[in-house]
Design a protein around this ligand. Structure first.
Ligand code: NDP
Ligand code: CA
Length: 314
């Protein structure tokens, strides 16, 4: 018997406006590293069979192919070379991967290598300009967290977009480190976009996707919201007032209890990009009493999917 899938719908914004000429569909997703899910995470309510790679890989690919993002930002990728890169390359995606320097996956017996961040883009829509892998620092000291930053040019409009994917330090007590890592990423992005186009940084649209491991009241969130890069968090558009983050992007049960929180974000340049649609979050009933991961959904984090379009140039 086939497990049911979470059925999610897009909320369309800007009703009445003309349809965007060149939509950019972006997916942000912490897919759950195979080694961590089986080895270190202790999802006590999830049946072990639901955590096997042979099952999970199809659900991960199915989720990606359901939404067919043009830009795909993933965290906790520990099956890049043997699965995601080759399968997605066959579907027209080009990609870059950056492993964590000391991935906790390497502590798990039978691991498949380090986990890291991966950034995929649809080659038919975007021309590759440049990509850099960044090891995030805190007070100039290198940390165990990374980012991939890729510069692309939209083939139909000729416009450039700078995309970043990151996964900040997990767990409570490390709020200061996440804040320092976020500041480092913002600083490096500012330098990169200036170098690249030689124009004021505010002119190059930025998309920053990540598992920030930070709730919206944390310092790193406030730093992103207040940065001179003019960023806003796309998923706030799902709320009634347009100002509130969703209630959760991850929901799991560990021996220490239930964890339901908002940690994942898609940041975008609000002066150059417009959010046209946002994929809603499944309800508590859809997620089910044992929460995530499950036979229906392969990760403890939900995917975030948004459609953007370039605003008219002034
Ligand atoms: P993080 O604290 O950032 O967490 C790493 C992963 O653990 C994340 O993917 C996170 O998932 C997950 N995680 C978060 N909370 C829990 C939990 N309660 N139970 C299980 N998993 C959880 O790790 P670091 O990057 O700082 O790496 C720490 C590990 O790296 C060490 O345990 C060690 O194994 C290794 N290391 C080794 C070094 C060496 O010299 N050999 C040096 C440094 C690190 P999510 O983001 O989804 O919450
Ligand atoms: Ca995790």
């Amino acid at each position: 018997d086939r497990p049911h899938r979470l059925h999610r719908k897009f909320t369309h914004l800007n009703d009445g406006d003309s349809a965007p000429s060149s939509p950019i569909r972006v997916m942000q997703w912490n897919i759950l590293a195979q080694a961590l899910g089986e080895g270190l995470d202790s999802f006590v309510q999830c049946p072990p069979e639901a955590l096997s790679w042979s099952r999970r890989k199809y659900l991960i690919l199915e989720e990606i192919l359901t939404y067919r993002p043009h830009i795909l930002c993933l965290q906790e990728v520990d099956h890049y070379y043997d699965t995601l890169q080759p399968v997605l390359a066959g579907l027209g995606y080009s990609s870059n991967f950056c492993p964590k320097p000391w991935s906790p996956c390497l502590d798990v017996e039978g691991n498949n290598g380090p986990d890291g961040c991966a950034l995929f883009f649809d080659q038919s829509r975007y021309e590759f300009l440049d990509s850099v892998s960044i090891r995030l620092t805190a007070i100039r000291i290198p940390t165990n967290q990374v980012a991939v930053v890729t510069m692309l040019r939209c083939r139909s409009t000729g416009r450039c977009v700078c995309v970043a994917v990151t996964h900040l330090k997990a767990r409570s007590g490390w709020e200061w480190l996440r804040s320092a890592q976020g500041s480092d990423l913002l600083r490096q992005l500012q330098t990169l976009v200036q170098k690249h186009v030689g124009a004021p940084s505010s002119d190059i649209p930025l998309l920053i996707c990540g598992d920030f491991n930070a709730i919206p009241t944390e310092e790193v969130y406030r730093r992103f919201a207040a940065s001179p890069l003019g960023l806003d968090s796309a998923y706030k558009k799902l709320s009634q007032d347009g100002l509130t983050e969703p209630e959760y992007t991850t929901w799991k049960i560990r021996p220490t209890g239930e964890c339901c929180s908002t940690l994942d974000y898609i940041w975008y340049s609000q002066h150059t990009l417009r959010v046209d649609a946002v994929l809603d979050m499944p309800t508590e009933e859809q997620i089910g009493p044992n929460r995530l991961p499950s036979f229906s959904y392969p990760s403890d984090h939900l995917s975030l999917v948004c459609d953007f379009s370039f605003k008219e140039e002034e």
